[in-house]
Ligand binder design. Sequence first.
Ligand SMILES: Cc1cc2nc3c(=O)[nH]c(=O)nc-3n(C[C@H](O)[C@H](O)[C@H](O)COP(=O)(O)O)c2cc1C
Length: 184
Amino acid sequence: MQIKLKKLVPRPVESLLEFRAALGQFATGITIITCCDKGIPKGIVANSFASVSMDPPLVLWSPAKVSRRYNAFITAQNYSIHILSNKQKHICDAFSEAADAFDGLDWKTNKDGVPILSNCLARIDCHQYAQYPGGDHTIIVGHVDFFDYTAGEPLIFQQGNFSNIKLSKASTDQLVATKESAAI
Ligand SMILES: Cc1cc2nc3c(=O)[nH]c(=O)nc-3n(C[C@H](O)[C@H](O)[C@H](O)COP(=O)(O)O)c2cc1C
């Protein structure tokens, strides 16, 4: 089959919209990244999260420079990344609306003063390791200090829509078994 590739040009805007649509075909999970900004707990929805390295343990994500939350996350020395389950779409909605959407959620602070959300599929506590230019975003690399996870099904984002996938029972059993053996 012949595929006709589209050339990306910054203008017209339709080209950028199509570029977005192409990127949107990459299904991701959803994370809430939290930090403490001058004593105020803040959070942001991010699907730019990715794992980077096992040794040292590194992860990345990228905040947009236009975001009003950008400065808080660029300057935060510590932050937590929460991977949402398919039962936590309301948390995504809340932090899409506002950075301080903690009211009514089950949360506390960790030893570094970072607000942490309960009952997420995974939580990864980081300190700032490196930052790299990424166009209209900045790529933040975090060094992982602590993590926890549980079995469950993730909230999925693709082509602008939220959905969930049903994991086979075998894979959730395996996750729990792996965690139990890791704890021995
Ligand atoms: C599914 C989803 C994924 C997002 N991923 C990112 C991201 O990776 N980086 C980012 O800066 N903003 C991301 N956003 C946007 C922010 O969560 C937030 O809505 C935006 O920063 C709002 O602007 P404000 O910070 O000026 O209020 C995402 C939003 C959604 C709904």
